[in-house]
Design a protein. Structure first.
Ligand code: NDP
Ligand SMILES: O=C1OC[C@@H](O)[C@H](O)[C@H]1O
Length: 366
């Protein structure tokens, strides 16, 4: 019997629409038979918005409740796990409120805007035996798992020496948008930098010789947006002692990533390239250098088409299995990796004197 996971969706913005559509897809269409997803309720700050969202994107599914406040959804005993998709700066308070109501939580990336908030959420969830995960959906793509296997198990490119990863989008320069607004945690680092960072985590942090150690050196540069002062373009270089790798992660909200190489992992024998979006990857390429002078490289393209609209369902399936199995931390993307990510991001901002407004950098007393 498939386990039925009972979801509550919090907020009705862009990514919530995508998540909702993916949740409503029949899991057997992607070969999944052990879990299914039931959307119990949707909450918005306006009940009309929640109703409209259900009508527009609910694929005719009946019985989904519409709430006009997040608190009402948290109070619903039928909701088992909450998907939080509000702007970054509100993740901490909204997630804490959900946890305090006894709900498991999948919160969109970034989990919080700083590591102090992330540590608070992680310790609250742990001490109350509740599931908590940052929604870095990319980590659950079969492609990402195969990428790690090729690098770390099959060691197809031998010893890894250098890793570069990028995600950049040219966003419309609107100071009121969440991308530019400091009060909503705007800037490249928290919005798209998370993805560049996650590929570096997969290649370096999860390298078997690294044994989950922190990098021994972190250096970062930030170019601030003249309009609002958020980080417009950010570069993070890290040195990983034991696997002996140097990595560079880049992100920007004023230029687009190149479409031919977003991630490049270079090793003794060749390189692995992810050419499409580092958020929603579709293929990776393994290039093995010629062993004889004048020989040709051997190039293998590994295609991973998404069996559905977006690919957020893989992350949802993982959450469902964790909850079914009584796990509070996911194995593929454990909360410890989020804490590490947030600690590095704090350091990146510290080195560059970038602070979010005090209204959003707070930590509740606990
Ligand atoms: N995994 C992925 O690929 C993606 C993840 N994200 C993440 O999801 C989160 C939401 O992003 P996105 O959906 O693009 O954002 P949107 O601006 O489209 O939606 C955010 C929603 O949050 C609610 N909200 C609550 N408080 C506020 C506030 N103070 N100001 C504005 N909206 C508020 C609103 O819903 P309501 O009015 O119904 O309460 C709003 O529609 C971000 O943290 C982002 O990082 C975003 C895009 C892609
Ligand atoms: O997570 C994301 O991925 C896609 C981007 O367009 C979006 O701004 C970001 O939040």
């Amino acid at each position: 019997m498939a386990y039925v996971t009972r979801w509550g969706i919090v907020a009705t913005g862009w990514i919530s629409q995508h998540f909702f559509v993916d949740l409503l897809l029949d899991p057997t269409s992607r070969g999944v038979t052990d879990v299914v997803h039931k959307v119990v309720a949707v909450a918005s700050r306006s009940v009309q918005k929640a109703e409209k969202f259900i009508t527009e994107f609910g694929n005719g599914v009946q019985g989904i409740k519409a709430y006009g406040s997040y608190a009402d959804l948290f109070a619903d005993p039928e909701v088992e796990v909450v998907y939080v998709a509000t702007p970054h700066s509100t993740h901490y308070a909204v997630t804490l409120q959900a946890l305090k109501a006894g709900k498991h939580v999948l919160c969109e990336k970034p989990l919080t805007i700083n590591s102090a908030q992330a540590h608070h959420l992680a310790s609250y969830a742990k001490s109350h035996n509740l599931f908590l995960m940052e929604g870095v959906w990319t980590r659950f793509f079969p492609l990402s798992l195969e990428f790690q296997k090729k690098l770390h198990v099959e060691k197809v490119i031998g010893d890894i020496h250098r890793v570069t990863a990028d995600l950049s989008y040219k966003f419309i320069s609107d100071p009121k948008s969440r991308i530019y607004d400091p009060l909503l945690g705007g800037g490249a680092l928290l919005d798209v930098g998370v993805y560049a960072f996650t590929w570096i985590q997969m290649a370096c942090f999860l390298h078997p010789s690294n044994k989950r150690a922190r990098p021994c050196d972190i250096r970062a540069s930030i170019l601030k947006a003249p309009s609002t002062g958020v980080d417009e373009s950010t570069v993070i270089t890290m040195v990983w002692d034991k696997p002996h790798i140097i990595s560079t992660g880049t992100c920007s909200i004023v230029v687009n990533s190149s479409d031919d190489c977003l991630v490049r992992v270079q090793g003794d024998l060749g390189e692995v390239i992810v050419p499409t979006s580092t958020a929603q990857p579709l293929k990776f390429i393994v290039k093995i250098f010629p062993t004889v002078e004048g020989g040709e490289p051997v190039i293998t393209v590994h295609d991973f088409p998404i069996p559905g609209p977006h690919g957020l369902f893989w992350e949802a399936d993982a959450v469902a299995r964790d909850i079914r199995d009584g796990k509070i931390v996911d194995d593929i993307y454990p909360i410890e990796e989020t804490l590490f990510e947030m600690e590095v991001f704090d350091e990146v901002r510290r080195q560059n004197g970038v602070k979010y407004p005090s209204e959003i950098e707070f930590v509740f007393e606990h």
